[in-house]
Design a protein around this ligand. Structure first.
Ligand code: TYM
Length: 326
């Protein structure tokens, strides 16, 4: 069975973009892959975090993993900082990375723009992400397509090390969905939907209640032409809503275009509200059941033990190949 690894940062406001770009794929892959899903808390501290809030957010993501359908009997679910191999391998990879390639990463360029200095962790963020993936001999990494550059640098680093020490790493492939691979902000469809945007109506969080969902969708930016047609370039707002509708309902974009021919955006949005509420209500209910349970803590503890066993095996091989330790 091929091995899958992916992670989500515990930074609050997990939204429809995270769900359609990543979490939904996580669930689908469980049946015929060996899956490892991580809550990447060490990535979260590349920007300042309140320790109490961070702890809550770790449990929030863990509960959401289970609420969307990740089954701990099939998949390993754990917290990154509970397995020390991530930090160890990250250092070894850092020594094999170049400042030039890291300074070309768009995420770093965006986050350090107009600042005199930026945290080093932000700069080496992609190396830690590569360590996450390579530590588990991962074959497939399901992610939204905003992570394409990170997957590429991971493959480059693995290939570079294998060039020096053959057989050290498995070279992973990214798995990106065509539709829903990038869900855009509802208030500005030229930007991706994000956890940190100030306007809460720019996103639909997985835990939003029906009133909030309705408000955000009814307010979503469209255009003045009033025709429900998929055209990302000229009609990015309605195209984004079509993407969401299609991914959640299973209907194709062209079937949706036919369904709403001659109807306005109002009818389309009203139906989309129903589709989103129907998809998110069971997730919210399951989340409430599990969020404060002992079961959740037990699952994470057991997940960390299983992940650590795989990680230690890789670290032994990597250290041997590099001539580290005795
Ligand atoms: P994070 O926490 O920002 O996002 C989690 C996942 O959600 C996807 N995503 C989106 N997909 C579609 N549309 C959007 N608007 C959208 N916003 C986010 C992301 O692509 C991601 O798959 N660097 C990663 C976390 C990470 C990781 C890893 C992932 C750390 N180590 C190893 C895979 C493997 C991140 O910041 O994800």
């Amino acid at each position: 069975m091929k091995r899958v690894f992916s992670g989500v940062q515990p930074t609050g406001n997990i939204h429809l973009g995270n769900y359609l770009g990543a979490l939904k794929q996580f669930v689908e892959l469980q049946d015929d892959h060996e899956c490892i899903y991580c809550i990447v808390d060490m990535h979260a501290i590349t920007v300042p975090q309140d320790p109490k809030v961070l702890k809550e957010h770790i449990l929030d993501v863990a509960a959401l993993y289970l609420a969307v359908g990740i089954d701990p009997k099939k998949s390993i679910v754990f917290v990154q900082s509970d397995v020390s191999g991530h930090a160890e391998l990250s250092w070894i990879l850092t020594c094999n990375s170049y400042t030039g390639e890291l300074s070309r990463m768009t995420q770093f360029k965006d986050k350090s723009k107009n600042k005199e200095s930026a945290p080093t962790g932000l700069f080496t963020y992609p190396v830690l992400m590569a360590a996450d993936i390579l530590l588990y001999d991962t074959d497939v990494v399901p992610v939204g397509n905003d992570q394409k550059q990170h997957i590429e640098i991971c493959r480059d680093l693995a290939g570079r090390v294998n060039g020096k020490f053959p057989g050290t790493f498995v070279i992973p492939d990214g798995r990106f969905l065509k539709e829903g691979a990038r869900i855009m902000a509802l208030d500005d469809p030229t930007k991706k939907m994000s956890k940190s945007a100030e306007n809460i109506h720019s996103r639909i969080s997985l835990l939003d209640d029906p009133t909030k969902i309705k408000k955000s969708i009814m307010k979503a930016t469209t255009d003045s032409d009033g025709v429900v047609r998929f055209d990302v370039e000229n009609k990015p707002g309605i195209s984004n809503l079509l993407n969401i509708y299609s991914a959640l309902s299973g209907m194709s974009i062209s079937d949706l275009e036919n369904k709403y021919e001659g109807k306005g955006y109002g009818d389309f949005k009203k139906d989309l509200v129903e589709v989103v509420i129907e998809a998110l209500t069971p997730i919210r209910n399951r989340y409430e059941e599990i969020r404060n349970s002992q079961e959740l803590l037990d699952i994470l503890k057991e997940g960390a033990v299983k992940a650590d066993m795989i990680a230690q095996k890789t670290m032994k091989r990597v250290k041997e190949n590099f001539g580290l330790g005795l």
